[in-house]
Design a protein around this ligand. Structure first.
Ligand code: SF4
Length: 940
C-alpha cells in the first residue's frame, strides 16, 4: 500500500505523515529560515482530534523544459508533501529527470521573494503591494507623459501559462507599445522564423513520441540527454528497435555517447555541413524526387548552391572529413523515415535563421516532412516557450502570429471588445503601433545608444523583467551599464534573479514576488504543441501574487483595467484563467488554438491513461479519437471536436483527423512559377485534388460551399477569411469538404524575402579562421533593425584571433535550467553541481598550467574576465572550450551574494558565461550569438 493510500484510508496525522514522507527535517529547516511575519496562517496544522487529513492529488506539469512531463502533487491540508511519478502520462510515462523529480521544492521556496521590496540607499527594504503598484505605476505614467509609452520595455516570460502570456501581450498593447519580448527571442526565434517561412508554421512538426517510428535520427546542435532528458526515452526506444543515431556537435556530449556516428564540427559551419550532406544526397540520387516535384518550390536553386560544396570545400570549412559527411548523409537518407532534431547549437548564431532553413530544406529533399517518424523536430527550452511564442508577448506580432498590420489590430480590438481608435490612441503613433518593438537581446542598446540612432522617439527609460533571467542574455557589462542609466528597473519573479544583484544601483529598483506555476492554474504548450492543463497545487506562498493578478492590478492603476478584462471575469483581483483561454479560443484561428477549450484540456489531463504513448491518440474513454493535449492546430470551435494535429503537413489522413497541407502563405505564384501543390498532391478525402490558395469568403463562394454556412455564420464570415472569421464557419465548412483552411501549397526552399534566399555559409562574426572571412563574409551593417543599428561587417573585420586563440562555445547541463536562479536555489539540484566550470582539452590545460579543479580566468574580446573552475576533459577538442550558461551570481571574480535581498541569493553561484559573450545577432530575428566566439585562458 502506498503512503498516499495509507493516509487516505487511515486519516494519518500530519506529523506522522510527514515523518513517513521523509520531509520533516526539510520542513523544520525551512521554519528556521522563515521570518515568522511572512508565513501565512498554517492551514496544515494538526487536525482536531477525530478529524481526517484531507489529502488530494493535483495534476500538474513540470515547469522546467518543454518536454511537458506530468507531475502528480500530493497535497495534505494545503501542504505539498510529496510528488508521485505520473505513470499515466503518455509523454513521460512515470519518468522524470532530476529537475522534474524535485519540483516540490516550489512548495517551500526558501530562496523565494516573499514580499515586495524597493532598493533604498543600496539596500532592499520591504514595502506593501499597494505602495509597489502605486510607485511603479506613477513612474510609468510620468514616463509615458514625458517620453511616450515606448520608453518602457516589458520582458515577459516563457514560463507564464498561455493565458498569462496572452494577457501580458494584451496588457502591453493597451499600455501602447510593442516593446515586449520573452525568452523565445534568445532560444528559438530563428527556428520559428526559418521553419515558418519554409513550411508555413514556426513549430516542431512531429512529437517526442513519434520518434518511435524513426529509422534514423540526426541530432545537430542538440543535447537532449541533458537539455530534454525524458525525450531521450522515446528516442532510445526507437534505437532499441534499430534506429540509427547521428550526433553532430563540436563537443562530445552525453547524447553523443549513444551515437552510431558522431560528427565533430567546427562551431558556426552548420550550413556548409548540411550542404555537404546534400551534395552526397544529390550525387547518389537519394533525394525524394516525387516529393520535391509535388510539394516544394525552389529546390533547383538549392541544387545550384549545394553544387559548390564539394567534399574538399566542406572539409576545409567544417573540419569534418569527407567520409564522415558521407556517412551521415547515407545514414539519414537510406534509413527512412528519418528525423532531424536541433536545438540552440543551430539557432543561436548570427546566421541562425539560415541554419534552420538549411535543415528544413534537407528534410524536404528527403521527403521527411509530413510523415510519422520524420520531421523537423525542434526541442524548445522552457515549459511554455512554445505557448508564449504562439500567443504571448512578441514585439512583432499580436497573439496567434497575426502580425501588427492595421487588420490584425482591428481583429483583436473586436475580440477584446474595445474601440480600434482607442487602442491606436494608446500608442505614440500609428507608425509605432505597426512597427516591431525592441528585442530582449538588445534592450540595453536602446538605453545606451544615442537617441538619433534609435528608431523610436525616446530611448528606453524603464525596464520590467517579468520572469526572465538577465544572465541568459549576452554582453552583460553593457546590460549593467544600461541598468544604471534607467529611471526604473522592476523585477517580477518568484526568485530575485541575477537582475536584483548585478545592477550596481542605489535606488530605483523594485522586486515583486510572483507566484510559481504550481500556485496558479492554466494551460501550457509543450514543444510538440500538445497543450496540457495544470491544476493549482498550493496557494501562493508568502505575499506572492499570481502573474495575472499583478497584471490586473497594474492595469487598474494605469487606467486600462476595465478594457483589459472586458470579457473576463475577475475574482478577488484575479482574472479567471478559463475566461482568458476562451478569449484565446475565440481569437487565435491562425494556429488553431480555437478548439482547445478549458473543458477539453481538463478532460485530457484527467484521462491521460487513455492516450497511446506512441501515437498520442486516445483509444477509449471520453477523449476517444483526440490526440493528447489537442496539439495545435486544433481547428474550428471546441464543438467541432477536431482531434488536434500531432504531425504537421501530413497528407495521408483527412484534415478532420489531423492531416494538413503546407500553408499557402506567400501567394499563388512567384516569378511565374506556381506556389501551389502539384496536381494529385492533396490531403486524404479532399474534394479538391490539386493545390489551392488559403480560404476566404470569395473562394468559398466560387466553390459553391458558401451555402453550407448557417445564416449566423454567413453574417460573421462575410468579407472574412479562415483567420478572421470569428464564427469558425469557414474552417468548419472547408474541413467538411476535406480541405485544409490554410490552402494546399508548396514548401519554400527559396525564401526570397530573406537576406539569403538560399542559405549560404558565412563565417562567424568573431571567427578564428581569418583565411575564410574574405571568402565567406558576413552581412553589411544595418542602420535600423528592430529599431536599432546592428553591426555585422564592422565586427567581423577586427582580427580577435591573434589575441584570443581559443574558440568558445556554451550549452546546457541537466541539473539546471535557463538562467538557473530557481534550480540553483533548489537544494536537491544544487548538491549535484556546485561549481561553474569550463571544459578545456588536456593539451590546452597544460599550456595554461591548470588541472581539474583549478580556477582560471576566461578572458574575452569584450574585456570581460571570468573566474571559472577548469574541467580538463577530452569531451572538447584542442582549441575549443565549453561552458554551461545557467550560472550567475558572480561578477568577474566577485561573489555578488551581499547584493541580493537577504536570503534571496541562490545556493550555487558562479560566473555567468554571458558576461563574456561578444556582439552578434541573427540577421532576421536578432537572436544573440552564443555558440561561437573567442577567448583566452589565464591561470588564476
Ligand atoms: S525538466 Fe523536462 S525532461 Fe525533466 S522532468 Fe521536467 S519536463 Fe521532463
Amino acid at each position: 500500500m502506498t503512503l498516499v493510500k495509507q493516509s487516505r484510508d487511515s486519516g494519518l496525522k500530519r506529523r506522522k505523515f510527514l515523518v513517513g514522507a521523509g520531509v520533516t527535517a526539510g520542513a523544520g529547516a525551512l521554519a528556521r529560515h522563515l521570518p515568522l511575519n511572512v508565513i501565512q496562517p498554517a492551514t496544515a496544522a494538526d487536525p482536531a482530534p477525530g478529524a481526517t487529513v484531507k489529502t488530494e492529488i493535483k495534476h500538474t506539469v513540470c515547469s522546467h523544459c518543454s518536454v511537458g512531463c506530468s507531475v502528480e502533487a500530493v497535497v495534505s491540508n494545503g501542504v505539498w508533501v510529496r510528488q508521485e511519478a505520473a505513470f499515466d502520462s503518455p509523454i513521460n510515462m512515470g519518468a522524470h529527470c532530476a529537475k522534474g523529480a524535485s519540483v516540490r521544492e516550489h512548495g517551500f521556496g526558501e530562496h523565494r521573494l516573499r514580499y515586495p521590496m524597493k532598493l533604498v540607499n543600496g539596500k532592499y527594504e520591504r514595502i506593501s503591494w499597494d505602495q509597489a503598484i502605486n510607485e511603479i505605476g506613477d513612474k510609468m505614467l510620468q514616463l509615458r507623459q514625458q517620453s511616450g509609452p515606448d520608453s518602457v520595455m516589458l520582458i515577459g516570460s516563457s514560463k507564464h501559462s498561455n493565458e498569462q502570456s496572452y494577457l501580458l501581450r494584451k496588457w502591453v498593447s493597451m499600455w501602447g507599445s510593442n516593446n515586449c519580448d520573452h525568452q523565445a527571442r534568445i532560444c528559438h526565434s530563428t527556428t520559428v522564423a526559418g521553419v515558418a517561412q519554409t513550411y508555413g508554421y514556426g513549430a516542431m512538426t512531429n512529437s517526442f513520441n513519434d520518434l518511435h517510428y524513426s529509422k534514423a535520427v540526426m541530432f545537430i546542435g542538440s543535447n537532449p540527454a541533458e537539455a530534454h532528458p525524458i525525450s531521450m526515452l522515446h528516442f532510445l526506444h526507437s534505437k532499441e528497435l534499430g534506429a540509427k543515431m547521428i550526433v553532430v556537435d563540436p563537443r562530445f556530449t552525453r547524447t553523443a555517447r549513444f551515437a552510431h556516428h558522431y560528427v565533430r564540427i567546427r562551431p558556426g559551419t552548420d550550413i556548409a555541413f548540411v550542404w555537404g550532406m546534400l551534395w552526397h544526397i544529390f550525387e547518389n540520387g537519394w533525394e525524394d524526387k516525387a516529393y520535391i516535384a509535388a510539394r516544394t518550390y525552389g529546390m533547383d536553386d538549392v541544387r545550384k548552391e549545394v553544387a559548390k560544396w564539394s567534399p574538399d570545400k566542406v572539409t576545409e570549412v567544417t573540419g569534418v572529413p569527407e567520409a564522415s559527411v558521407r556517412m551521415a548523409a547515407e545514414m539519414l537518407a537510406t534509413n527512412k523515415p528519418s528525423s532531424v532534431v536541433w536545438c540552440m547549437g543551430i539557432t543561436q548564431h548570427h546566421v541562425g535563421t539560415a541554419n534552420v532553413r538549411a535543415l528544413s530544406i534537407l528534410q524536404l529533399a528527403l521527403g521527411n516532412i509530413g510523415v510519422p517518424g520524420g520531421g523537423a523536430n525542434i526541442y524548445r527550452g522552457h515549459d511554455n516557450v512554445q505557448g508564449a511564442t504562439d500567443v504571448g508577448p512578441n514585439g512583432d506580432s499580436l497573439p496567434g502570429y497575426f502580425g501588427l498590420a492595421e487588420g490584425a489590430w482591428k481583429h483583436f480590438a473586436t475580440v477584446w471588445g474595445v474601440d480600434y481608435d482607442w487602442l491606436k490612441s494608446r500608442f505614440g503613433s500609428k507608425e509605432l503601433m505597426e512597427k516591431p518593438g525592441i528585442t530582449v537581446s538588445r534592450w540595453f542598446d536602446a538605453v545606451l545608444e544615442e537617441n538619433q540612432y534609435v528608431d523610436q522617439p525616446s530611448n528606453l527609460k524603464a525596464v520590467i523583467y517579468w520572469g526572465h533571467a538577465p544572465n541568459s542574455q549576452t554582453r552583460l557589462p553593457d546590460m549593467r551599464a544600461a541598468m544604471q542609466k534607467l529611471d526604473m528597473l522592476v523585477v517580477v519573479d518568484p526568485y530575485p534573479s541575477m537582475t536584483a544583484a548585478m545592477h550596481g544601483r542605489q535606488d530605483g529598483v523594485y522586486l515583486l514576488p510572483a507566484a510559481s506555476q504550481f500556485e496558479s492554474t492554466g494551460s501550457v504548450t509543450a514543444s510538440n504543441r500538445s497543450i496540457q492543463w495544470r491544476e493549482r497545487v498550493i496557494q501562493p506562498l508568502f505575499e506572492c501574487k499570481t502573474d495575472h493578478e499583478i497584471m490586473y492590478l497594474f492595469a487598474k492603476k494605469l487606467g486600462f483595467g476595465e478594457q483589459l478584462v472586458k470579457n473576463i471575469k475577475v475574482v478577488h483581483n484575479e482574472p479567471v484563467i478559463e475566461d482568458i483561454l476562451r478569449e484565446i479560443n475565440r481569437s487565435c484561428w491562425t494556429i488553431g488554438y480555437t478548439g482547445c477549450s478549458p473543458e477539453r484540456l481538463k478532460l485530457h489531463m484527467e484521462h491521460k491513461r487513455t492516450f497511446n504513448p506512441t501515437t498520442l491518440r486516445a483509444e477509449s474513454g471520453p477523449c476517444k479519437g483526440d490526440y493528447y493535449g489537442l496539439p495545435w492546430p486544433c481547428w474550428g470551435t471546441p464543438e467541432m471536436k477536431h482531434p488536434g494535429t500531432p504531425i504537421l503537413y501530413r497528407l495521408d489522413v483527412p484534415v478532420s483527423e489531423g492531416g494538413m497541407a503546407f500553408r499557402a502563405n506567400w501567394g499563388v505564384e512567384h516569378n511565374g512559377v506556381s506556389l501551389l501543390a502539384a496536381d494529385g498532391s492533396f490531403t486524404k478525402d479532399s474534394e479538391l485534388d490539386t493545390g489551392y490558395p488559403e480560404f476566404d469568403h470569395v473562394f468559398l463562394k466560387k466553390l459553391g460551399w458558401w451555402e453550407d454556412l448557417t445564416p449566423e455564420e454567413k453574417v460573421q464570415a462575410e468579407g472574412k477569411n479562415w483567420k478572421t472569421d470569428l464564427s469558425g464557419g469557414i474552417q468548419r465548412v472547408v474541413i467538411a469538404h476535406g480541405c485544409s483552411p490554410i490552402g494546399n501549397a508548396r514548401a519554400r526552399a527559396n525564401v526570397w524575402n530573406f537576406p539569403d534566399p538560399i542559405p549560404v555559409h558565412r563565417e562567424p562574426l568573431v571567427s578564428p579562421r581569418r583565411d575564410l572571412v574574405a571568402k565567406y563574409p558576413t552581412y553589411d551593417d544595418k542602420a535600423a533593425f528592430w529599431r536599432l543599428p546592428t553591426l555585422y561587417k564592422s565586427v567581423q573585420q577586427i582580427d580577435f584571433a591573434k589575441d584570443f586563440p581559443l574558440i568558445m562555445t556554451s550549452g546546457r547541463i541537466v541539473e539546471y535550467e535557463g538562467g538557473g536562479d530557481e534550480t540553483r536555489s533548489n537544494p536537491w539540484l544544487a548538491e549535484l553541481q556546485q561549481n561553474m566550470f569550463c571544459e578545456v582539452h588536456p593539451t590546452d590545460a597544460a599550456r595554461v598550467g591548470v588541472k581539474i579543479g583549478d580556477f582560471m580566468w576566461v578572458e574575452t574580446p569584450t574585456g570581460a574576465r571570468l573566474k571559472i573552475m577548469a574541467m580538463v576533459t577530452e569531451r572538447v577538442p584542442e582549441g575549443l572550450v565549453w561552458m554551461p550558461f545557467h550560472f550567475g551570481g558572480w561578477w568577474m571574480g566577485e561573489d555578488l551574494e551581499k547584493h541580493y535581498p537577504e536570503g534571496g541569493a541562490p545556493t550555487v553561484r558562479g560566473e555567468a558565461v554571458n558576461t563574456g559573450w561578444t556582439y552578434g545577432y541573427d540577421a532576421v530575428t536578432m537572436m544573440q550569438e552564443t555558440k561561437v566566439s573567442l577567448c583566452r585562458l589565464v591561470k588564476a
